[in-house]
Design a protein around this ligand. Structure first.
Ligand code: GAP
Length: 441
């Protein structure tokens, strides 16, 4: 079957990611491991910048938020209490002829195998948690699970955070970290994998009277739209979808999915849920420890309710790349560039000597490069001609290229070329740091 134009974009992005060191197939030299991906030197910078931007925005710049970093493997009782052992499953069907497996809720209304048209088995609930054993004996008593969401780390540490930080309601606990799910149908590059990263917030509020929680819920909805704008995502590509009764996760009284127009269809990017007091109540019951909050003014005790905004890190990387990928075609050929927000670009600038065989130019360019690196990640390139270097930096999203030429040696100025417009300005070397710093912010 011929690929659509939008599917080609995915191929182009996957190829650019591999070619330029953003994302490699996992375990590549062994022929890969299905649907696993490794972030390379530039990908790790992009991902790190996204996580940093999130942490700054939602933890450092707010006084109602603290962060944690919990273990990936938790006491298995956590998953009994949270309901994941019983409820965290997808309906699995298998083709009786070719044995391909599908999620029955993703068959788009079809009742036959999507590969060979064969008859499908009845759906079976398949638990998505990834099991392993702790310790040297593979026996039932040592069975544990990799966390399927970071959220439970926040509930399990709720008492620790209360006792040590004494926060007052409303307040949130944030965490960024890996989660694991034995997905039935992983795929579409880093969109759905079995090992991925989440950025989650459990935002605790007083038990609401009536619909009081809705105001906080709407506040987080607004925060989430601001966040996607910061990634450079065009608002018209994101759609809020109300998840109806019966389709929400077992803990949620209300869920909104933020769906994005991916090249492979409109799919979930992020989620926002009202988890009520479901988790704290259950953990209190299963652990035997009080997880109530005591109001310091009234001494009243209660389980706070929770609004949970959740973001996938890898899906954030994917939409950032999809939005940033641009092609400019002129009679000279096609220029590919990543129009990344400067804050997210792996390198903020690249420094070139106009000619690599002129020691004076190289020495001056090196001096500028070393000075700028103290403030930002900066690339160095002295291969080929300047035009080729521009194209190479455009492809990895470097916002500014600084060229040291003969005039620099005379008047201490350099040219700064803009990635998106190709325009050049001349600036004094002494002003570079401040000029770029301002542009990045
Ligand atoms: N604590 C709530 C929770 O985990 P979720 O909707 O199951 O909710 C949250 O997951 C986010 O994690 C999703 O919106 C998505 O961005 C990301 N995510 C979920 N499963 C994923 C997977 N298999 N691969 C990559 N990202 C995933």
């Amino acid at each position: 079957m011929e690929k659509s134009k939008s599917e080609h974009i995915m191929d182009k992005i996957i190829s650019l990611c591999k070619r330029r060191g953003f994302i490699f197939p996992g375990s590549d030299i062994y022929g890969g491991l299905a649907n696993s991906w490794d972030y390379g030197p530039l990908g790790v910078e992009l991902k790190h910048n996204i996580k940093q931007m999130w942490w700054k925005r939602f933890v450092h710049q707010r006084d109602d938020m603290v962060g944690i970093d919990a273990a990936l493997i938790m006491n298995p009782r956590v998953w009994e209490a949270s309901g994941h052992l019983k409820e965290f499953s997808d309906p699995l069907v298998e083709c009786k002829k070719c044995h391909e497996r599908f999620r029955s809720d993703q068959l788009g209304g079809k009742s036959a195998c999507l590969v060979c048209g064969g008859e499908l088995t009845e759906p079976l609930q398949f638990n998505l948690m990834l099991k392993t054993f702790l310790g040297p004996a593979e026996e039932k008593a040592n069975e544990v699970y990799f966390r399927p969401e970071t959220a439970q780390g926040m509930f399990v540490n709720f008492k620790n955070v209360l006792d040590t930080m004494r926060p007052r309601l409303p307040f949130g606990i944030a965490q960024v970290g890996k989660a694991f799910r034995n997905e039935i149908t992983p795929g579409n590059f880093i969109f759905r994998t079995r090992e991925f990263e989440q950025m989650e917030i459990e935002y605790f509020i007083r038990p609401p009277v009536g619909d009081e929680w809705k105001e906080v819920f709407d506040g987080w909805k607004w925060e989430m739209t601001q966040w996607t704008a910061d990634l450079g995502v065009n608002a018209s590509h994101v759609h809020e979808v109300e998840i109806p009764d019966g389709e929400r996760a077992h803990y949620s009284k209300r869920t909104i999915d933020f769906e994005y127009d991916f090249p492979f269809g409109r799919k979930e990017l992020y989620g926002l849920a009202y988890r009520t007091d479901f988790d704290l109540k259950n953990h209190e019951e299963y652990s035997g420890q009080s997880l109530k909050y005591r109001d310091p003014d009234t001494n009243e005790e209660f389980w706070p309710h929770v609004i949970e905004p959740t973001w996938g890190v890898d899906r954030s990387v994917l939409v950032t790349l999809l939005e940033a990928y641009k092609e400019d075609t002129t009679e000279k050929g096609t220029r590919v560039y990543l129009k990344l927000p400067p804050k997210l670009a792996p390198y903020k600038a690249a420094v070139f000597p106009l000619l690599a065989n002129k020691p004076d130019l190289v020495a001056k360019a090196r001096e500028i490069y070393s000075a700028l690196r103290k403030s930002f990640p900066v690339a160095w390139d002295d291969r080929g001609n300047v035009g080729k270097r521009y194209y190479a930096q455009d492809e990895i999203g470097t916002p500014w290229c600084i060229t040291v030429d003969f005039q620099t040696l005379e008047d201490e100025t350099v040219t700064i070329r803009d990635r998106d417009t190709g325009e050049q300005v001349r600036k004094p070397v002494a002003e570079l740091d401040g000029y770029l710093g301002e542009l990045i912010q």
